[in-house]
Write a protein that binds this ligand. Structure first.
Ligand code: NI
Length: 256
C-alpha cells in the first residue's frame, strides 16, 4: 500500500468529485492520505474529512502566504483543532520568499510560533520552503524544530541541505516534480539519501507528475512518484511502497 503524505483534499478543485478521486486512489493502491491544512478553514476541513474517512488523517497549520492571520487567538484555535486524535502534524508551515504574500518578518514569526505549538503538542511539523532555504534551516536549528521529527515537503533543494535536515531529525518528501526529466538535482538527492528518510506525496491539486503534467493532480498519482523513486533506487515498486509507507507512519506516529 502507498501513502500520499501531503494532499489538499479540501481544495475546491475536488468539490464535485471527491468520492471519485478517493475511489481512484484506492484503485491505485493508495491506502492512506494525509490531508494538509494551509489556512484555518482548510485546517478545519482537513479535520472534518479525517473524521469522516477512516484512511484520511489531517495536519493543521497556517501557510506562510497567510502568516498575517496568525495571532494569539488563531494559535489557540489551532491548538484546539490539533487535539483531535486524527491530527498527526502541524502544517504546512514555513517560509515562501518566491511569492512573498506575507511580509518576511511576519512569515518568520508565524513559522516560529507554530513550531512552538507543535512542540507543546509533541507533534511533528510539515514544512513548506520556497526560495528560503537558509532562513528555514536557521530557524529549524535555533528552535530545534525536528525534536518531534518533521517533513520537508516537496523537496527541491540540493544534497548538502538534505543532509543537514536529516541530521536535524527531518524526513525528505518528494512530489510530482521528481518525475520531470530536468529535475537532476532532485534525482541526485533521491538516489543518495537514506531511503529510511524518504516520503512521497502529491501536494495535489498542484504539482502533477508526468505524464499528466498540466492537469489537476490527485492522490492516485502518488504511484507515479513511487515508480520514479523505484527507478532511481533500482528497486521494485512494492519495496518502495513498503518503505515509504513505514517512514510516513513513523514520522506521523500512526499505528495503522
Ligand atoms: Ni501543500
Amino acid at each position: 500500500m502507498l501513502i500520499d503524505s501531503h494532499a489538499h483534499l479540501q481544495d475546491r478543485e475536488y468539490k464535485n468529485d471527491l468520492d471519485k478521486v478517493l475511489e481512484r486512489a484506492a484503485q491505485a493502491g493508495v491506502g492512506t492520505i494525509i490531508c494538509i491544512g494551509f489556512d484555518y478553514p482548510a485546517s478545519q476541513k482537513a479535520v472534518e474529512l479525517a473524521n469522516s474517512k477512516q484512511n484520511v488523517y489531517a495536519a493543521v497549520g497556517i501557510h506562510p502566504h497567510d502568516a498575517k492571520t496568525l495571532d494569539e487567538q488563531m494559535l489557540e484555535k489551532l491548538y484546539n483543532l490539533a487535539l483531535n486524535p486524527k491530527v498527526v502534524a502541524i502544517g504546512e508551515i514555513g517560509l515562501d520568499y518566491y511569492r512573498n504574500l506575507s511580509p518576511v518578518e511576519q512569515q518568520k514569526k508565524a513559522f516560529v510560533e507554530q513550531i512552538k505549538l507543535a512542540q507543546e503538542l509533541k507533534k511533528p511539523v510539515v514544512i513548506h520552503d520556497r526560495d528560503a532555504h537558509q532562513d528555514v534551516l536557521d530557524i529549524i536549528k535555533k528552535e530545534k524544530a525536528g525534536i518531534n521529527s518533521g517533513v520537508m515537503h516537496c523537496y527541491s533543494g540540493q544534497m548538502p541541505l538534505a543532509v543537514e535536515l536529516i541530521k536535524e531529525g527531518f524526513y525528505i518528501s518528494f512530489a510530482g516534480p521528481l518525475t520531470f526529466k530536468n529535475a537532476k538535482k532532485s534525482h541526485e538527492v533521491a538516489q543518495k539519501i537514506n531511503l529510511e528518510r524518504i516520503l512521497i506525496e502529491t501536494d495535489c491539486p498542484y504539482l502533477t507528475p508526468e505524464p499528466y503534467r498540466g492537469k489537476r493532480n490527485e492522490p492516485a498519482h502518488v504511484k507515479l512518484v513511487a515508480q520514479k523513486l523505484a527507478e532511481l533506487r533500482n528497486k521494485e515498486l512494492e519495496e518502495i511502497a513498503y518503505i515509504t509507507s513505514n517512514n510516513t507512519k513513523r514520522v506521523f506516529q500512526m499505528d495503522s
